[in-house]
Ligand binder design. Structure first.
Ligand SMILES: Cc1ncc(CN)c(N)n1
Length: 225
């Protein structure tokens, strides 16, 4: 008997179609330099300070996503997965403060760079109630996954990551964070599957923008913008 042909989930399709951009975000020269042990400490510190600012802006975005999940999702477990993300962010903020003090980075005097401000403004635009849950949860998957893929690669076979940066890589590269990102991917795929064409196109455009913003974000570590 011939079995029903299974459709390729939307996110897998996009990862194939936008492979080059996805690789630019998840195999960026900054994280590759962490992986090969050649990273400049000044670049790492620049990233650390900028990311602290980003993470603070990320919290209200995730809070808005919880509201959308509560109103629009047909699966109660979505809220639990997203709440797990909020808990991880709570830990992340404490970790940034500890890590900044370890490297003598003064978080109160960090000036957000242009790429960071633009990314935070983009996050704010996604908080609008007009942005559908499907679009926002797909953006959330992309944002979290870029860090997961990038930092997991810094710990994978053949890496020469220094001992002092391994904890940073573990934060996003660990298996639990990987499972959490796969749960977000499942949520996004399920939500996309039920969505009309215009929402699917909107979500795809947002994923492309997230990947571009992530590349620009890593670029800041070079200190050029
Ligand atoms: C820019 C950026 N993107 C993603 C993450 C992962 N929460 C982060 N901390 N910073």
């Amino acid at each position: 008997m011939e079995g029903a042909k299974k459709e390729i989930p939307m996110i897998e399709k996009w990862l194939n179609q936008h492979h080059q951009l996805y690789t630019a975000a998840t195999r960026h020269p900054f994280t590759l330099s962490i992986r090969d042990g050649s990273v400049e400490l000044s670049a790492f510190k620049r990233w650390l300070g900028q990311d602290y600012i980003f993470v603070r802006a990320f919290v209200p975005f995730v809070a808005s996503l919880l509201v959308k999940a509560w109103k629009e999702s047909d699966d109660d477990s979505d809220i639990e997965v997203i709440l797990g993300g909020v808990a991880a962010l709570n830990d992340e903020i404490s970790w940034f403060k500890r890590e900044a003090s370890k490297w003598s980075v003064s978080l109160s005097s960090i000036v957000p760079q242009k790429a960071n401000l633009e990314y935070c403004r983009f996050l704010e635009s996604l908080m609008s109630p007009q942005v559908e849950y499907t679009v926002a949860v797909t953006a959330f998957w992309a944002i979290e996954t870029v860090y997961q893929e990038s930092y997991a690669h810094c710990l994978a076979d053949g890496s020469k990551t220094s001992e002092e940066l391994k904890e940073t890589c573990q934060r996003w590269g660990n298996d639990d964070f990987g499972r959490y990102c796969r749960s977000l991917q499942d949520i996004a795929n399920r939500s996309l599957e039920k969505s009309p064409e215009d929402i699917i196109s909107k979500a795809e455009a947002i994923v492309i923008r997230v990947l571009e913003y992530e590349v620009e974000f890593w670029n800041m570590s070079r200190g050029e913008n």
